[in-house]
Design a protein around this ligand. Sequence first.
Ligand SMILES: [Zn+2]
Ligand SMILES: [Zn+2]
Length: 205
Amino acid sequence: MVKIIDSLISYICVYNESYVEKSIKKQRKRTRKGETEMIYNTDESKKHVTRLCDEELRNEINNISNTYFEKPFVHHARYNNRLRTTGGRYIPGKQMIEVNPKYVHEMPYNEVIGIIKHELCHYHLHMEGKPFGHGDRAFKQLLKKTNSPRFCKPLPSTMKNKVIHSYVCKTCKTMYHRKRKVNVNKVRCGKCSDKIVFKETIKRY
Ligand SMILES: [Zn+2]
Ligand SMILES: [Zn+2]
C-alpha cells in the first residue's frame, strides 16, 4: 500500500493569496496595535524582553536586498506571530514580506537572512512581472543566483520529541520531518507522488 505523506513542516513560505487574505482579516485587529512584544534571547542566562519592530525589519530587508540583489526593497514588511512552522511569506497583493518572529528568537541569524532572501526572490520577480512561484524556473534560478535557501530548518520549539527523522523527495526535494521512522518503500511524496529517501536524524539539544 502506498500512503501519501503530508503536512510539510519545512516550507519557507506560502504565497497562496486566498489563504493569506483570510488569515490577514483575522489578525488585522491584533497587528494594528503596532509593534509586537516578544521575548528575545540575547544571553544564555538572561531573557530580555525587547520589541521586534516592523520598521527595523523593513530596513533590514532593504539592506539584504541591496547586498544580495543590488536592488532596494521599497514595500512593506512585518513580523507575523501567527505563522507557525513557516519562516516567512510573501503576499503579492500587498507587496508585503512577513517574517515569523519565532525564527528570530530560536534560530541563528543566518537562518533569518536565508528566509528574507527567499522572500525577496518572490518579491523581485513579482515586481519585474516575472513568474515568482516555487515551481517557476525563474524563481529557482534566482534562488540559485543569490544562494537563497529553498527550505528552512524546523523550529526547535515545534519539535516535542528529542529526535526528528528527515526525509526528502527524490524529485521535487520537498523535505519531511517525522518523529517516527517512515518506511520509505511504502510512503510517497505528498506533492509529486515520487519516492522519498532518508536524509538525516536530527537530535534536539
Ligand atoms: Zn517561498
Ligand atoms: Zn515530491
